[in-house]
Design a protein around this ligand. Structure first.
Ligand code: PLP
Length: 440
């Protein structure tokens, strides 16, 4: 039953693929926010079971386009875990990580704030009825037109890290409340940002004075330790640096009251370090530098932590080559119907390949071969990993499943070479469904 609804995401005919028209309709579909678009999750049913069911049904129809199943319930459980582990910190979800309308809608219903980085992200969040005060426009280098949009729509909280940005803000958004983004040490993070953003501590005094002279209030400081941060002590140093910036700000007359500790929290269980350990380090640093009762509001901009384990991706082998290597060893090249220009661009940043689950039954433990996993386009760069991975002999039409594909995946998909992004179906349990029913 579930799978049948999912298969209807295509044109409903056996053996046909999603067309550009189907995809565009689904993407911009005005009805996409209706509850009927959600697939109810049966009691005791898991997202993985839904994926396997869909694979069986699509294979029976001889229809094997790539797809993702997004379990929106994961957002609620991760929200609860975040608030429990970091009780002083209000999450402002980083929209860039996964901007699916359903993800945003669920988070709005759960009451998170939002970190937006562009006009479109602001529009998306505001259109859900989220108050502008629950949004931080956390991009230190903003296009003027986007800045003007924020001003027109009452989004006041903005980050900056340069004098040039201050000049722009003074001219185009004089009612802004500014947050100074600091440089942080992020060499141990998967996605580094400090080469591009963040003011050094030495520059902060000057920037704070310039803001004051331009009549712009600086209300706090922010940082980002890099996405996929592997050293929780990066937070300790950055929080201590923010304390110094608070002192400098107060020294020149700013009313500093907002600390934004950014993102960088792990997305999947078993990450090193674990989220709970990171939270303990952060809580200790907050207690040390920003003790409770001093009237400081603390926010964070988690993306990966909320979104990563929401989605499971399923891809199909569309072509295969067996190559004999020197010494007579067999190597297999598998060509998948989703790749670097689709869901998997984020793999390029990972330290190690993420091994897929092979959906095939073998009578006994199959031998493994070195395999290269290519995406579907004509570009040789379009492969999932630089390294070879060890997989059994598979055939055209076989499926691979990649769990934890909700962060920085579909948001980075393109239609390069005419390969459409994987379709996504959303599943939801009864509790969350009732919560969503209360939304306008
Ligand atoms: C300013 C800002 N905040 C938050 C995030 C989210 O980071 P993460 O997904 O690591 O939590 C990013 C990611 O690029 C970012 O640039």
């Amino acid at each position: 039953m579930l799978g049948m609804s999912l298969a209807e995401g295509s044109d409903g005919q056996s053996g046909t693929s999603t067309t550009l028209k189907d995809w565009k309709e689904k993407e911009g579909c005005p009805g996409s926010s209706l509850l009927k678009d959600l697939i109810p999750l049966g009691t005791e049913e898991s997202a993985m079971e839904v994926v396997l069911k869909k694979i069986r049904e699509l294979s029976d129809l001889d229809h094997r386009d790539p797809f993702m199943v997004a379990d929106l319930g994961v957002l609620a459980s991760h929200h609860q875990a975040f608030c429990q582990a970091l009780p002083r910190v209000s999450p402002f979800y980083a929209v860039k990580c996964n901007s699916s309308p359903w993800v945003l809608r669920v988070l709005a219903a759960l009451g998170t704030g939002f970190d937006c980085a562009s006009q479109v992200e602001l529009e998306q969040v505001l259109s859900l009825g989220v108050a502008p005060s629950r949004i931080i426009y956390a991009h230190p280098c903003k296009p003027i037109s986007h800045l003007q949009y924020a001003a027109r729509h009452g989004v006041q909280l903005l980050t900056f890290d340069s004098e040039e940005e201050l000049t722009k803000v003074a001219q185009h958004h004089p009612g802004a409340r500014l947050v100074l983004r600091l440089w942080t040490e992020d060499s141990k993070s998967l996605i580094r940002m400090s080469t591009k953003f963040g003011a050094s501590l030495e520059l902060c005094g000057h920037l704070l004075k310039s803001a004051r002279d331009l009549g712009l209030p600086v209300v706090g400081a922010s940082f980002h330790v890099g996405s996929g941060c592997q050293d929780p002590h990066s937070f300790t140093q950055a929080i201590a640096d923010c304390r110094r910036v608070f002192e400098m700000g107060r020294g020149v007359g700013h009313d500093m009251s907002l600390l934004d500790i950014g993102g960088g929290f792990p997305g999947v269980e078993g990450s090193e370090p674990e989220f709970e350990e990171m939270a303990r380090v952060i809580n200790a640093a907050l207690a040390q530098d920003f003790p409770e009762g001093a009237g400081i509001e603390v926010i964070a901009e988690p993306g990966r932590f909320y979104a990563a384990s929401v989605c499971v991706a399923a891809v199909n082998i569309i072509a295969k080559k067996a190559v004999l290597q020197p010494g007579g060893h067999r190597k297999l090249l598998y060509y998948l119907n989703d790749g670097h220009y689709g869901t998997f661009r984020v793999f390029f940043r990972d330290r190690f390949p993420r091994m897929p689950i092979v959906v095939k039954e073998f009578c006994s433990k199959p031998p493994l071969f070195p395999c290269t996993l290519y995406g579907p386009t004509c570009d040789a760069f379009d492969r999932l990993f630089n390294e070879e991975v060890q997989l059994p002999e598979l055939d055209v039409g076989d499926w691979l499943i990649f769990p934890s594909m909700g962060a920085y995946s579909s948001v980075m998909s393109s239609t390069f070479n005419g390969f459409l992004p994987a379709s996504i179906c959303y599943i939801v349990g009864p509790e969350l469904r009732s919560l969503l029913q209360t939304m306008p």
